[in-house]
Design a protein around this ligand. Structure first.
Ligand code: DGY
Length: 326
């Protein structure tokens, strides 16, 4: 029997390609070429499945042009590259890669919080530039983390991971804002209290954003929200570019209206707003939230398991639009 054909859109671990090749006729992009949309469409012809990494937009136009496609498996927990309604309407299954990256991404969120609050990157650049000639009492005096108030916007799995780190490791008071209140057991585990967005912004010493991107969450933090924050507060975005108005943030940082920021994601990345590159009190990382080798391998294997589960066994592990399976 002929094996189903799949496309792997970006370079991934060779061992995952080998696993896929047991079940599929695989076309892979191990050269990691950045295809234009027409090139991507061309590579997708005749493919029943595609392994995506979060960069490839799957929408009605693509689905109409690639009628053989049955499943798109994202190697990411976020799936704002998928038009889920269009996929469901076309009967194409969408899957993501949740759970396996929760703790790794929460670690990076906490790392950015610490680095921003304690001015780690800024002081390191100062030292490397040979500017450290003497001690002074206020040199790189930042904000306390231990015992402070942590505000989390978006209290899904990663948000909860950050809350546990803050409450259990750093004795922080944790407040959160979310679409819905967590159940009492989870709230107790995270030692977290639900508050309004306004109260969170006004009272938190450190604000971490972990909300999924959608039209509704676009610019969750803009000039008005930044104005509510404490002048010493730090802001961390490990969610998605577009959740923060980066131009407004750069201005607030430049004018000292908030203390510092740590950003792993950017509007229009890999481009970064030029003003963010020139303000000192921001730590910038290139979307590395889930970037440890074991976690990226687990994410790749989960995307592969979804392709195998669906196209070979009829049972994907983490479907996003299970209506397609009915
Ligand atoms: C995700 O999984 O959505 C991450 O942002 C990718 O690293």
């Amino acid at each position: 029997m002929n094996k189903p054909k799949i496309l792997v859109a970006r370079a991934i671990f060779p061992e995952v390609i080998d696993r896929l090749a047991v079940h599929f006729e695989v076309e892979s992009n191990q050269a990691d070429d950045l295809w234009s949309r027409p090139e991507f469409f061309a590579h997708l012809q005749g493919k029943q499945g595609v392994f995506t990494t979060g960069d490839q937009r799957i929408d009605a136009e693509l689905l109409a042009a690639c009628p053989d496609l049955k499943i798109c498996a994202n190697m990411a927990v976020g799936y704002n590259n998928f038009d889920l309604d269009a996929m469901t309407a076309a009967g194409v299954l969408a899957t993501n890669a949740p759970n396996v990256l929760t703790e790794t991404t929460a670690d990076l969120g906490f790392a950015l919080l610490m680095a921003a609050a304690r001015r780690v990157a800024e002081s390191e650049h100062f030292l490397r530039a040979g500017k450290w000639t003497r001690w002074s009492y206020d040199m790189f005096a930042g904000s306390d983390v231990y015992g402070s108030t942590l505000g989390i916007i978006g209290m899904g799995r990663i948000g909860q991971g950050i809350a546990r780190r803050g409450a259990l490791g750093f004795d922080m008071k944790v407040i959160y804002h979310n679409r819905s209140q967590l159940d009492a057991v989870t709230e107790a585990q995270c030692k977290a209290r639900l508050v309004s967005k306004k109260e969170l912004l006004q009272t938190a010493d450190h604000v971490v954003l972990v909300v999924p991107y959608s039209a509704a969450s676009h610019h969750t933090i803009g000039a008005a929200e930044l104005a509510l924050m404490k002048p010493t507060a730090t802001l961390v975005n490990i969610a998605r570019g577009g959740i923060v108005d980066d131009a407004a943030l750069a201005k607030a940082l430049k004018e000292g209206r908030i203390g510092a920021a740590g950003l792993d994601v950017f509007e229009g990345e890999p481009k970064v707003h030029p003003d963010l590159l020139t303000v000192p009190n921001v730590v910038l990382t290139p979307h590395i939230g889930s970037a440890t080798r074991p976690t990226r391998l687990a994410m790749s294997n989960l995307a592969a398991d979804n392709l195998i589960g669906f196209l070979v066994n009829g049972k994907p592990l983490t479907p996003l639009n299970p209506a397609v399976l009915a």
